[in-house]
Design a protein around this ligand. Structure first.
Ligand SMILES: O=C(O)C(=O)Cc1ccccc1
Length: 319
């Protein structure tokens, strides 16, 4: 049985992602009776469950199409050892309801709890409809729903399904400021080799450039540009070492097994202060990677064959 740790408790969007992953990629998991989803109280706790061997995989929220990356996840990934890798991703379209205890749909709401990403995606609705309510951040939307059921807050912004899990009722549905927001979740494993290339792959990296070196960021980007690799995400985040110290999170649309990606990694390793490789894995949207003619594996192989002939004299090369 595959034990999958996820940001819980039951009823989070991460649980939806976990179940989707298990159903869609069931064949990739070791044989057994099915995934055993283990709710964890936080992202670091889910990563720790994986690291300590209590779980075989962990699913955590990574970024959202409206609010951007999930800082707790980036932080947890930076702190964990090199053996933890991203092996897959799942996209979930998130929808929010305002959940209250049964019979209280028309009562005034003084406190509303949720995950910070959920507040960010319902800000306009909350400002318009609950202007006086105090917003309390919780570790997840389902933790907020659970706290409402326990009487600690008046309302929670959570997934519609959390109502059932905690015996709550929806005072309002579809309260997101933008319909169709998508959250990307990543699946982590420990000590796993990268899944094979599919032609629709992503590689996630963190690069630390040398500070005060003019052109260092351009040099980083050139490693990808000259090798025909499209970047789908580039984000600078503080390293925590001091003001002005940043690292760059990169999603590159290529797989570690491709020569263009290997060469880009070699280039980064040569020119950056540090590089962390977080994994190559299939894209959830299945969009085919763009490979310009000059960057294909055949072109690299032909160029390598050619350069190897140059050591020999012209007569040798002819013969
Ligand atoms: O709190 C949850 O339910 C999560 O899974 C994290 C989250 C919060 C808001 C939007 C997407 C994911």
């Amino acid at each position: 049985m595959t034990r999958i740790a996820y940001l819980g408790p039951a009823g989070t969007f991460t649980e939806q992602a976990t179940r989707r992953w298990a159903v869609e990629r069931g064949a990739d998991l070791p044989t057994g009776t099915g995934p055993d989803a283990q709710p964890e109280p936080s992202v670091p706790a889910a990563v720790e469950a994986l690291r300590s061997g209590r779980a075989d995989a962990a699913v955590v929220p990574f970024e959202n199409s409206v609010e951007g990356s999930v800082p707790a996840t980036l932080q947890a990934l930076l702190q964990v050892g090199d053996d933890v890798r991203i092996v897959g991703e799942v996209l979930v379209e998130v929808q929010f309801s305002l959940l209250v205890r049964p019979g209280r749909a028309d009562e005034p709401v003084r406190t509303v709890a949720s995950h910070p990403h959920a507040f960010a995606q319902t800000r306009d609705w909350l400002d318009a409809r609950l202007p006086g309510a105090r917003q309390v951040p919780e570790s997840s939307t389902a933790a907020a729903a659970q706290a409402v059921a326990e009487g600690r807050y008046d309302a929670a912004v959570a997934a519609p399904g959390a109502a059932e899990a905690y015996g709550l009722t929806a005072a309002a549905r579809h309260i997101a400021d933008r319909e169709g927001a998508v959250t990307r979740f990543v699946v982590l494993r420990s000590g796993a080799a990268a899944p094979p290339a599919t032609g629709s792959d992503r590689t996630t990296l963190v690069a630390l450039i040398w500070q005060n070196r003019p052109g260092a960021l351009l040099e980083l980007l050139e490693q990808f540009a000259t090798r025909g690799i499209d970047l789908s995400r580039l984000e600078s985040r503080p390293t925590g070492e001091g003001l002005g110290e940043y690292c760059f999170w990169i999603d590159a649309d290529a797989h570690l097994s491709e020569p263009r990606m290997r060469e880009a990694l070699i280039g980064l390793r040569r020119t950056c202060r540090d590089v962390r490789f977080f994994g190559s894995y299939p894209r959830a949207d299945g969009r085919a990677s763009v490979v310009p003619a000059h960057a294909g594996a055949d072109t690299y192989a032909e160029a390598l064959r050619w350069v190897n002939t140059l050591d020999r004299g012209p007569a040798d090369a002819a013969g």
